[in-house]
Design a protein around this ligand. Sequence first.
Ligand SMILES: Cc1cc2nc3c(=O)[nH]c(=O)nc-3n(C[C@H](O)[C@H](O)[C@H](O)COP(=O)(O)OP(=O)(O)OC[C@H]3O[C@@H](n4cnc5c(N)ncnc54)[C@H](O)[C@@H]3O)c2cc1C
Length: 326
Amino acid sequence: MSARNTLALKARSRWGAMLEAPDQVPALFALARERGLPLRILGGGSNVVLSADFAGITAVVATTGRVVIKQTEDHVLVEAAAGETWHDFVVWTVEQGFGGIENLAGIPGTVGAAPVQNIGAYGAEVADVFESLVAFDTVDKVLKTFTAADCAFAYRDSVFKREAGRYVVLSLRLRLPRPWKPNLRFAGLAELAEQPALDPRTVMDRVLYLRGSKLPDWRVTPNAGSFFQNPIVSLNEAAPVLAAFPAAPNFPQADGRTKLSAGWLIEQSGLKGFSMGRAGISERHALVVVNLGEADAGDIAALAARVKATVKARFGIVLHEEPVFL
Ligand SMILES: Cc1cc2nc3c(=O)[nH]c(=O)nc-3n(C[C@H](O)[C@H](O)[C@H](O)COP(=O)(O)OP(=O)(O)OC[C@H]3O[C@@H](n4cnc5c(N)ncnc54)[C@H](O)[C@@H]3O)c2cc1C
């Protein structure tokens, strides 16, 4: 499975399946049940730590198709199959002049996984433009349509992550608002506000440029993007950090808590560039765990445990991994 995960971990699966049509999903789950085999779902493998040996079926969602459902004066409805590549879907919308997801360009992986952790970047997240999705419920064995409220989106979280393994997302529908309003709140994008006749493509190109300048390319240095979530903590928990480092990045939340920067905490703990065996923290970005060659899930888990223990000892803050251990 090393070519099917962006961390390029050494990993094997006893069985494999490509899901190319939605009706294959219930059929495969029925087969797995009949044979008593565990079944796990994989998209582009960009947010997983794959176990070294999986004694079941790994099913890759490979359904395709994108369509404009409807255009009105105040919105455009677009839909894509779960196996579509997320970035290609973004480009496809932008090429038609539809704005709304250009800030999410360049995020690896599939359309179906996008709502699973409510992907986000550059001040936007998929929940902002979410209309509905269709998923197969492996418990009730029926197709279900989910509204945004059903998905219970939160920061890098949704019902699909909380009830991991229960639902297989089959298609995603987005509502792109009209007229387009650029979202330039994020540092690096704000200066585009000065640009006359700004369009979604220009914003997308800037996002791609910024991403390329910050993150190591997973094709060159295998990684899974941000490895730890930015911790959202109470003001009490944040107090020791902010007392010792008044300039520590923190972002007050609507619920009275504050979001700290996991990358900053890791860097301040002296771990940027740190390595342990075959896994390490990127020299370029303290939030990115990299495979230094031939690593497996055990190496990644050991490094992650060390990072968490060090940050906890130094700042009293508990970090949580972003990728799913499958
Ligand atoms: C270099 C790099 C940069 C990244 N930058 C960002 C970023 O800016 N913002 C961000 O939010 N994320 C980012 N990520 C993380 C990742 O790209 C996203 O989480 C992406 O949505 C994962 O998609 P995937 O298809 O690769 O999912 P996978 O890694 O294959 O799967 C992730 C989880 O989703 C489940 N899953 C996959 N497909 C489905 C489906 N159809 N139905 C139900 N469950 C499913 C899997 O079982 C697994 O639990 C980055 C990753 C990398 C490598």
